[in-house]
Design a protein around this ligand. Structure first.
Ligand SMILES: *Cc1c(COP(=O)(O)O)cnc(C)c1O
Length: 388
């Protein structure tokens, strides 16, 4: 295959090389499993990075959300509020607990949870005598939600926040690490995230007692006894020592990865901002996004082209792009779930779903690769304009 058609991936893993040192150490000491010194060290290092007291390394971000819900005693009959515009993994653990999700729309400045919609949902819930057990707030594509407003509201109603920072590790809000604002924060090290352990996650909190319990639940809830005794339902959710070694090496280069992705976003903005109909996902004042993915919206009227057509043009050039997440309130899986729009006649997440497109943003992407993406997007829009 010619270099011209080499596949450009959306967000492939980017190893630093130092991972092998930690992996070798795990092999040399035979700490392959269970757990081990790299797990302990990775937890300490990540907690320090995020500015929280403690962290528990687990097998996935999804597992971390599930554990957070377990720690908050979410059970059958309960409700949990959750951002609608997100990956399904934000909400699936609500259903694992037998609880019902209530979806909250986005607002236009961060594309994340609308404080207005959240407030209406909380007021309704109080009136009906069933406040949610938790609010899961997602920081989409690296951009923090409006945490001041959301924390204030949740404090007023005394509802704990689970901050789904799976996509926003390395981002900040008012100078504080994204993921450190809730009762619990969740990170993911899945293959496409800003740093990766191939698969894995982290649950963080300032409540060390709760994280101790998280570790207990994540190792099959085994009682203190030489024989295998269990009084509670547990899970097999811990991270292996080998993967934690990969995580330690990845964490060392996290800030470089953020810089690289921000530079990629800057280049896209420089090249595409003036193209008719294209707008970029905003960055809220007082926040700094890791720009995990650069996301544009395409106004079909102005561009003379739809997102689907640009997506198809990129795919034809062997370039992996992706539509914005399909909102969870539109998912067949969650049919019938309650949903609170940003404003009466304005559903922001639906609009973003219909106009949004994620561009390749891997931290290892070369300038030449990026030029290929840019010219393909430009061509598919400007050609239509000129021919009409
Ligand atoms: C990736 C992701 C998750 C799930 O993380 P896994 O490690 O893949 O289980 C949860 N929420 C969001 C927003 C994600 O992007």
């Amino acid at each position: 295959m010619s270099l011209q058609n080499k596949k450009i991936f959306l967000s492939p893993p980017h190893m630093s090389g130092n991972e092998m040192t930690y992996i070798q150490d795990a092999f040399d000491t035979n700490w392959i499993a269970p757990l081990g010194p790299h797990v302990d060290a990775f937890e300490k290092e990540l907690a320090a990075y995020a500015g929280v007291k403690d962290a528990a390394a687990v097998s996935s971000g999804t597992a971390a959300i599930h554990l957070a819900l377990q720690l908050l005693d979410v059970k059958a009959g309960d409700t949990v509020f959750c951002s609608s515009l997100t990956f399904v993994a934000s909400a699936n653990p609500i259903v694992y607990c037998g609880a019902r999700p209530v979806f909250i729309d986005s607002e236009p400045e961060t594309w994340n949870m609308s404080p207005q919609a959240l407030e209406r949902a909380l007021l309704d819930a109080r009136r009906e005598g069933q406040l949610p057990k938790a609010v899961i707030v997602v920081n989409l594509y690296g951009q923090s939600a409006k945490m001041d407003e959301i924390v204030q509201l949740c404090d007023d109603f005394d509802i704990p926040i689970i901050e789904d920072a799976a996509e926003s590790l390395g981002s900040t809000y008012r100078g504080k690490a994204s993921g450190s604002f809730g009762r619990f924060g969740v990170y993911s090290f899945n293959g496409n995230k800003i740093i990766s352990t191939s698969g894995g996650g982290m649950l963080v909190s300032n409540d060390m007692e709760q994280l101790k319990r998280a570790r207990f639940l994540a190792t099959q809830a085994r009682d203190q006894a030489a024989h295998y005794q269990h009084s509670q339902l547990g899970f097999n959710y811990r991270m292996s020592n080998v993967l934690a070694g990969i995580g330690r090496a990845q964490l060392e280069v996290l800030d470089e990865r953020v810089q690289a992705r921000r530079l990629i976003c800057d280049r896209y903005q420089e090249a595409l901002s003036s193209v008719p109909g294209i707008q970029f996902m905003p960055e809220l004042a007082n926040s700094r996004s890791n720009r995990w993915l650069t996301v544009i919206t395409i106004d079909e009227q102005e561009a003379g082209t739809s997102v689907q057509e640009v997506f198809a043009a990129l795919t034809a050039q062997n370039i992996e792009a992706r539509p914005v997440w399909k909102p969870l309130h539109l998912q067949p899986l969650f049919e019938g779930a309650l949903f609170y729009p940003h404003q009466d006649k304005e559903i922001v997440s639906d609009q973003l779903f219909h106009t949004g497109l994620c561009l390749p943003s891997g931290s290892q992407m070369t300038e030449d690769d990026q030029i290929r993406v840019i010219s393909c997007v430009k061509k598919s829009i400007l050609q239509t304009i000129h021919s009409s």
